[in-house]
Design a protein around this ligand. Structure first.
Ligand code: 2P0
Length: 333
């Protein structure tokens, strides 16, 4: 086979990854947990080709040629070629990579996660690699390891120095909790000013709160895993919101602060708490990545009522492109 095309979805963390203990190998300071979205929704699509006619490795991202010498890209390529099952004569051929996202890049919608997961999956297929590929995706972008697997996924921080045990594993498939839905509210599709990599480096160097967080995340991760296994939405939702809030508090505690959310993001937080108070239950949870866009976790039966409230307070714009009427299911791999 000379050409392989793969699709990999975005994942949205409910326990956030923020901080590296090794910048080069991309080893995190804590475990994290996410849900991988359905394939049909926000995703990256990558085609890789190998040919004796290609003179050099090349990559195009969203129709624009990028530098193949990028260190993270090279990390992935080296690992893949080392594990390749192709005959060595073919292994030496050059490759061309073409990748596209169907959503805004670098706007806090986990574009690098989907991108590197997709690239890794396509290369693994082309080079006939078997076994775990999450460690390869991780070396491209940390959160990408979680997008190589469907359902609810835990990225174990691992303990060895080479990173061989810093990998993603499925907690449960999407079919375990088929009522779970995700609404992505695009507040802004502008590129973020401080990239996640720079932001988390700054937090590691300057935030005392991050040191506190690192000590307490292990307990929270276990509680979250339990809530998912027991399908306990109330605990799941409260842990999700608290973790998002703590992550953004760490960002503000960094110096200079990383300000990812804006006034609309904050209004959505207030709206979610007001809604939960009004119905006297925890029906919706928000979470924010390194950007102003909100992701809401809720159950299918509550989607119509929540969308009604959102439409009332944030009337849909004629130009809105992302269809969120039904809520996005998580991926059922
Ligand atoms: C997460 N984020 O757990 C957290 C929450 C952003 C906020 O993982 O430097 O793009 O490539 O490893 O993977 C974004 O971090 O950073 C991220 P690198 P990555 O989803």
């Amino acid at each position: 086979m000379n050409t392989v095309t793969c699709i990999a979805p975005v994942n949205i963390a409910v326990i956030k990854y923020w901080g590296k203990r090794d910048e080069v190998l991309i080893l995190p300071t804590n475990d994290s947990i996410s849900a991988t979205l359905d394939m049909d929704q926000l995703h990256a699509k990558t085609t890789v080709m190998i040919s004796p006619d290609f003179k050099e490795d090349r990559i195009w991202l969203n129709d624009k040629e990028e530098d193949i010498k990028n260190a993270r890209l090279q990390n992935c390529l080296k690992q893949i070629r080392k594990r390749s099952q192709l005959p060595s004569s073919i292994n030496d051929w050059k490759i061309h990579i073409c990748s596209k996202n169907n959503f805004p890049t670098a706007a806090g919608l986990a574009s690098s996660a989907a991108g590197y997961a997709c690239l890794t999956a396509a290369l693994a297929k082309l080079y006939k690699i078997e076994g775990d590929i999450s460690t390869v995706a991780r070396s491209g972008s940390g959160s990408a390891c979680r997008s190589t697997i469907g359902g609810f996924v835990r990225w174990y921080m691992g303990s060895d120095k080479c990173g061989t045990d810093s990998l993603a594993k499925q907690i449960v498939p999407a079919s375990h909790w088929p009522q779970m839905r995700i609404l992505v509210l695009v507040v802004s599709d502008e590129q973020k000013k401080v990239s996640s990599s720079i932001g988390m480096k700054r937090s590691m160097e300057t935030s005392e709160l991050l040191q506190h967080r690192i000590k307490h995340v292990p307990e929270r991760v276990n509680k979250m895993q339990q809530a998912i296994i027991e399908k306990d939405f109330k605990n799941f939702a409260e842990l999700t919101m608290k973790d998002s809030n703590q992550f953004h508090a760490v960002c503000l505690d960094s110096y200079p602060p990383c300000i990812y959310m804006n006034n609309i993001s904050n209004s959505i937080i207030n709206l979610v708490h007001s809604y939960n108070d009004a119905v006297n239950n925890v029906k919706v949870a928000y979470t924010y990545d390194a950007g102003p866009n909100a992701t809401l976790y809720l159950l299918e039966k509550d989607v119509p009522a929540v969308i009604g409230v959102l439409d009332y307070f944030f009337p849909p714009n004629e130009n809105d492109t992302i269809e969120y009427r039904r809520g996005l299911p998580i991926e059922g791999v």
